[in-house]
Design a protein around this ligand. Structure first.
Ligand code: PAF
Length: 287
């Protein structure tokens, strides 16, 4: 399956304009590469809904903190291109840093309230980097639809808010998390886990499933999250940055279950070199 690789915003615009002229709809799948089955499920979702699919591949420096893994982040463009080509994507947009951030770039996108809680508290500036680059990608591509994994649930809410508030006409879609058979959410960072850590890692998902069930059964959000943090630590996780039950849209904490108010349980914890995140909807989760 052949796929066109484009490296400049102008080339991307030209190809999208051509498709539009042919009456074709366009879907965008933003990624930082190191692709796995989770990313490929985004490509499949895009293909179901759109006539043409553009996958973007850009390791965005502005969303990494100083102590994070920007320089070590796995990069293998040829392998990623083959994977998305085999899924039937039509174009790969793989710009360099200067194309995305031309000299003198000073504009940033902030999504106050959503970008400073949970992940935002532990990774200051991360969501400003994400919101800024995703705004650029949406405006550069002018896609009809864009697809993001629910694995990065807070990121998805930040992106939905910015698209709504900046009147970006692209429709934003969340795609369910893809998991290993033992429940571990797929992530490019799982490759950092040793065999021993890999055996512990599914505990994160198991604990969240239990928290969601106990919350539905009337447990207090604060107590359940405190107990879950202790359980993760005793399972072998290092710092547990948070376990939280929050309103599914505002990401503000909720203390008791209300079937009419969708809630989400989210967690982030370190295991060896890997910082793992996961989340689940509180309702409709089998235990
Ligand atoms: O989820 C990711 O891979 C990145 O945060 C994204 C959305 C591609 C922006 O760089």
């Amino acid at each position: 399956m052949s796929i066109k690789t484009v490296r400049t915003v102008q080339e991307l615009r030209d190809i999208v304009r051509y498709w539009r002229g042919e009456g074709l709809s366009v879907g965008l799948v933003p990624t930082m590469g190191a692709l796995h089955l989770g990313h490929l499920s985004l490509v499949r979702a895009a293909e179901k809904m759109c006539d043409r699919v553009v996958v973007t591949l850009f390791v965005n420096p502005t969303q990494f903190g100083e102590d994070e893994d920007y320089s070590d982040y796995p990069r293998n463009e040829d392998q990623d291109r083959d994977l998305v080509a085999a899924e039937g994507a039509h174009a790969l947009f793989a710009p360099d840093v200067d194309e995305m951030y031309p000299g003198g770039s000073i504009t940033e996108v902030h999504v106050p309230g959503l970008d400073t809680v949970l992940e935002g508290e532990h990774r200051p500036g991360h969501f400003t980097g994400v919101a800024t680059v995703v705004t650029k990608l949406l405006l550069q591509s002018q896609a009809d639809h864009a697809f993001f994994g629910e694995k990065d649930y807070q990121q998805l809410q930040v992106i939905k808010a910015l698209a709504r508030d900046l009147c970006i006409p692209t429709e934003i879609h969340g795609v369910p998390t893809v998991r290993e058979s033992d429940g571990l959410a797929l992530s490019s960072r799982n490759r950092y886990l040793s065999d021993q850590e890999r055996a512990i890692a599914p505990t994160l998902n198991a604990v969240l499933v239990q928290v969601a069930a106990d919350f539905r059964d009337g447990g207090s959000g604060e107590n359940l999250c405190r107990a879950a943090r202790a359980e993760l630590k005793s399972a072998g996780f290092g710092p547990v940055d948070y376990v939280a039950i929050v309103d599914a849209t505002t990401l503000q904490p909720v203390e008791s279950h209300d079937a009419n108010r969708p809630a989400r349980v989210l967690a982030a914890a370190t295991l060896g070199r890997a910082r793992l995140i996961d989340n689940l909807p509180v309702d409709n989760i089998p235990v």
